[in-house]
Design a binder for this molecule. Structure first.
Ligand SMILES: Nc1ncnc2c1ncn2[C@@H]1O[C@H](COP(=O)(O)OP(=O)(O)O)[C@@H](O)[C@H]1O
Ligand SMILES: [Mg+2]
Length: 210
């Protein structure tokens, strides 16, 4: 039976779509059967998939895509769960009925956050919603700048408040934006790059938390 994971955070621009795409590529290239669901009305991940089809050809992108009505997510996922190892949901930047359906159906909730106090504050209500659904959200720090002391202070404070913060982090690198725009993941370009190493580490940490 496939596992459902969601990248969620009510804060926009935190990296939900970037991580959805890159983790989908990582697992697909690792030989898993992967599907993605774009639950964000802004449709960034759908755009990425369209570009990916242009690059690799309609049938060779290695990832299946479902355009579900998120209000019926639970029933829709039941129908496809057997076909996949992993189903990845890219969430909208809001707390709505749809977001709560996503939290309910997911085996793991992963919360990208930029390491700034304001971003963190905007994330706290979502963490509480996930906990209310008896899930243990895992925060993934994204766009981490080198030698940022602020980040360590934030991680301490987060852990003190009971949040789980992933050990692996994603740094701020232009290659994440460049590859997304052309429908690719950093793993497609070079599996041994720094960016790919970060995605591999985050992917493995996600699997350990399922
Ligand atoms: N680690 C990163 N390094 C550089 N740019 C990033 C990184 N993560 C995300 N971005 C860029 O930040 C913007 C927001 O990221 P996105 O994944 O679309 O966030 P969300 O889906 O949460 O709104 C995009 O332009 C994306 O390319
Ligand atoms: Mg997005």
């Amino acid at each position: 039976m496939g596992k459902v994971i969601a990248f969620s955070n009510q804060k926009g621009g935190s990296g939900k779509s970037t991580l959805s795409a890159n983790i989908a590529v990582l697992w697909s290239n690792s030989g898993y059967k992967v599907a993605v669901i774009d639950a964000d009305p802004q449709k960034s991940l759908s755009y990425w998939l369209t570009e990916r089809k242009k690059y690799y050809g309609e049938d060779d992108i290695g990832i299946d895509f479902y355009n579900f009505d998120i209000r019926n997510l639970s029933d829709e996922i039941k129908k496809i769960k057997r076909k996949y190892d992993y189903i990845i949901i890219d969430s909208p930047p809001a707390i709505t009925f749809e977001t709560i359906q996503i939290v309910k159906v997911s085996n793991g909730i992963f919360v990208p956050v930029q390491p700034s106090p304001l971003d963190l504050m905007a994330t706290l209500p979502f963490l509480q919603i996930a906990r209310d659904e008896r899930k243990k959200p895992l925060i993934i720090l994204n766009r981490v700048m080198p030698r940022a002391r602020l980040t360590d202070a934030m991680v301490l404070r987060l852990r003190y408040s009971g949040a789980k913060v992933a050990r692996s982090r994603i740094s701020s690198k232009i290659i994440f934006a460049e590859t997304f725009a052309v429908g690719r993941g950093v793993i497609d370009i070079n599996v041994t790059s720094d960016a790919s190493r970060e995605i591999i580490n985050v992917g493995n940490e996600i699997l350990r938390n399922l």
